[in-house]
Write a protein that binds this ligand. Structure first.
Ligand SMILES: Cc1cc2nc3c(=O)[nH]c(=O)nc-3n(C[C@H](O)[C@H](O)[C@H](O)COP(=O)(O)OP(=O)(O)OC[C@H]3O[C@@H](n4cnc5c(N)ncnc54)[C@H](O)[C@@H]3O)c2cc1C
Length: 457
């Protein structure tokens, strides 16, 4: 509980212009892109690590729950202040401190928006590979805390693969730094792996040293459509299984494609049961060869129409289609749940079949959108949460989807995280000893449990 006296102590740390505690101001910080909400008692916007440290020390002294927030684009309820208390929003800590392409690193504050970072790197012809569909909004702090991925993570890997070092403030207010500016550094424990993906439950990231990579010489993008969704999925496993590694390989089913076409009118094939958006990058000759091999595979799996993006504008059109999928789906019903199960890529066709069967059995529409090349599936169900009977069916579908993924040796999340959405399903993919070990770590760094309480640990 934040008493007036405690408020004054916080206001001795930050200017009142960076403190919100009126009910109407707080609503925006009660939810993310998931379907639950819970109000904070106040929101604070620190500008420096020192302020974050003082805020956390004070919160610790009063056992006040604290939840970090970037842009609130999480789709699993991770930044929702489930136990109320204080939200620390990092939007004012958005400086790009250093760009050093010679040594291939950058140093940034957590509130930098992913797309702004890409824009800042573009003149040097470098980029930061993690490219979540939310890249125009989501922040680097949120990307780190969720270990975000995205289409090109098929070839390039996820956020964790790009963290060289972090500055983190622990619940006590203590500031720790680890890692370095070196691309190779195996000194001591790999602490980045502990904090990355921890959803703000272990410490708050206030600075990051990130690896960046040169923009490839050539990019080629194709879109293939299929009459049969099963052919679409088997084409994926065949391409990846034969050792071709595109930069991205995105699958969309008919419902998703039509939702995009209804909204954006991009000339997509409404009859297609499945579509693959495939991108290769690298040296021009290598790209040509890869595309040739991919085309052979697509034809072998009965692709009916294949178009190549001839210009940058064409390529942008195809990616706009893919990136708008979540937004246009949200137009189909008042609520939408987008899930994130991952299976080994050889099991993608089976997982697609199971998702369709499960949704059919419960008489619900499901859209399938997948970073298919790495087995990461985003089944999306548009529904109305205020219709209790329908919502129960939605929950039953996701329950069965999680179990199907576990059954196929998959996992609960490939990139979106656990948050409020999937905490209860952890035992499906983690044994009790592992869950206990996570609790031991949490207890060691946040003994009073003030950081993002009510989440997966
Ligand atoms: C349209 C859409 C498309 C998306 N596409 C993708 C996708 O392709 N891939 C993907 O991985 N995700 C995707 N997401 C999910 C989401 O955008 C990512 O998880 C993103 O990384 C969240 O960033 P954020 O800044 O919005 O963080 P928030 O949602 O504000 O917070 C996310 C988590 O990070 C914690 N956090 C935030 N800042 C810090 C910090 N400085 N220190 C410690 N913890 C912190 C929060 O407490 C919370 O637990 C998508 C979401 C939407 C709405």
């Amino acid at each position: 509980m934040i008493s007036p006296d405690l408020t004054n102590q916080f206001l001795a740390i930050v200017d009142p212009a960076r403190w919100l505690d009126k009910k109407e101001q707080l609503f925006c910080y009660a939810y993310d892109a998931f379907v639950e909400e819970s109000m904070p008692e106040a929101v604070v916007f620190p500008e420096t690590t020192e302020e974050v440290s003082q805020i956390l020390a004070l919160a610790s002294a009063h056992q006040l729950p604290v939840t970090a927030r970037g842009a609130g684009t999480s789709v699993c309820g991770a930044p929702i202040p489930a136990r109320h208390g204080l939200v620390i929003c990092f939007s004012q800590m958005d400086r790009i401190i250093e760009i050093n392409t010679k040594d291939r690193y950058i140093i940034v504050e957590p509130g930098v928006v992913n797309a702004d970072l890409q824009a800042a790197l573009a003149p040097d012809r470098f980029f930061f590979p993690p490219d979540p569909g939310s890249m125009n909004m989501s922040t680097i702090g949120g990307n780190i805390a969720q270990n975000a991925g995205g289409p090109r993570c098929l070839k390039y890997g996820v956020t964790l693969d790009y963290i060289l070092g972090l500055e983190v403030v622990l619940a006590s207010g203590k500031i720790i730094t680890f890692g370095s500016k070196n691309i190779k550094d195996v000194t001591g424990y790999k602490l980045a792996a502990l904090f990355c993906g921890s959803e703000g439950t272990l410490g708050l990231v206030t600075k990051a040293i990130l690896k960046v990579v040169p923009v490839p010489e050539t990019v080629k993008t194709i879109m293939a459509t299929f009459k049969d969704l099963d052919d679409t999925a088997t084409a994926v496993t065949d391409i990846i299984g034969s050792g071709i590694l595109p930069a991205a390989m995105e699958l969309m089913d008919q419902l998703t494609l039509n939702a995009i076409e209804d909204k954006a009118g991009l000339g997509l094939d409404r009859e297609a049961a499945g579509t693959l958006l495939i991108e290769v990058d690298g040296m021009a000759e290598a790209c040509d060869k890869q595309i040739r091999l991919i085309l052979e595979k697509l034809h072998a799996h009965h692709a009916v129409h294949i178009q190549e993006a001839g210009t940058a504008a064409d390529r942008e059109r195809l990616w706009t289609a893919r990136r708008s999928a979540y937004g246009v789906f949200a137009k189909l019903a008042p609520d939408i749940i987008s899930e994130d199960v991952t299976v080994p890529v050889s099991r993608v066709p089976e997982m697609v079949r199971r998702i369709v069967q499960i949704a059919d059995r419960h008489k619900l529409r499901v859209g399938i959108l997948a970073h298919a090349g790495d087995g990461n599936m985003h089944p999306m169900i548009p529904a109305d949460k205020s219709n209790a009977e329908e919502w129960e069916r939605v929950m039953a579908v996701f329950d069965e989807i999680f179990r199907a993924a576990a059954d196929l040796e998959g996992t609960l999340s490939g990139e979106h995280g656990i948050g409020l959405a999937k905490a209860k399903y952890l035992p499906l993919v983690m044994d009790p000893g592992t869950i206990d070990f996570m609790k031991t770590i949490k207890q060691a760094v946040d003994p009073d449990g003030i950081l993002n309480p009510g989440k997966f640990v």
